[in-house]
Design a protein around this ligand. Sequence first.
Ligand SMILES: *Cc1c(COP(=O)(O)O)cnc(C)c1O
Length: 227
Amino acid sequence: MSDFSPSTAERLSSVHHSIANAEKASGRPTGDVTLVAVSKTFPAEDIRPALEAGQRIFGENRVQEAHGKWPGLQEQYSDVELHLIGPLQSNKVSEAVSLFDVIETLDREKLARSLAAHREKGHSLPDLFVQVNTGAEPQKAGVLPQEADAFIALCRDELGLPLVGLMCIPPVEEEPALHFALLEKIARRNGLAKLSMGMSGDFETAIEFGATLVRVGSAIFGARTPA
Ligand SMILES: *Cc1c(COP(=O)(O)O)cnc(C)c1O
């Protein structure tokens, strides 16, 4: 490691500049895009510099891991907004709902029904995104594109869930733009305003295609050690 490697605050600032440039290039107003800083795998002491630099919206992919590190940080930074961006098991709904402000990974009927049942017991639910498996990858979570309209209708109209948008993770080997365009099209025809798409390698492209949230991890916190 060189002594001149940028700090988390510097990398965060650089991501903000890139977002602002991409907004401008797409003719979108500054501040149109929300940055979700993906802090998965990083311990609390690595997250603190981002909090000190003013970042308040964070993404985590595991309920258990988030539960271990965020309540402590939130004692000091009470205005943090936490997004769940990884798979949620139906039996973890209660824990996830109490910890997360937004769940971006609503991906199947069983989970939708568990969330609805949780609300029936008198709990309010976080804002929800439906995850769409735009590349129809067998190993990846998310509803298939051709099933998205029906699933959205089930969640929103039948179960009355607080659905605000769609989320996708394009296949690694494919041109992400096609996936971003597909997600945008599904959101538009269903009247959903928010689009969570774009990560460290492709968030500028995602902004061009209408992302309202970008989920950026390694460009802010540095490389993750493989799990
Ligand atoms: C890890 C992760 C990210 C961030 O990925 P980077 O390439 O580190 O920016 C974004 N979205 C999801 C769902 C993730 O799991």
